[in-house]
Design a protein around this ligand. Structure first.
Ligand SMILES: [Zn+2]
Length: 75
């Protein structure tokens, strides 16, 4: 049996809960770059098909919704 490696995942303090959007579509644009679309399950906002500039991890976690989490109004 192999010894398990220690994983150092610092627990992030949970601040005010951010509402995050979910991936609803993903693929490629005609130019070959990655495409992704997010939708907010809270307010229904959709990003439309945008260039995927995020990591897989970030996409799985979801992007914060710009409608539910207005920029500039963070505590
Ligand atoms: Zn929203």
């Amino acid at each position: 049996m192999m010894a398990r490696q220690h994983r150092l995942f610092p627990e992030l303090p949970r601040g005010p809960r951010k509402k995050r959007m979910r991936v609803v579509d993903a693929g490629n644009f005609p130019d070959g770059r990655k495409m992704i679309e997010f939708k907010c399950p809270h307010c229904g906002y959709r990003t439309g098909q945008i260039y995927d500039e995020h990591t897989v991890t970030e996409n799985k976690r979801g992007l914060p919704c710009p409608v539910c989490n207005p920029i500039g109004r963070q505590p």
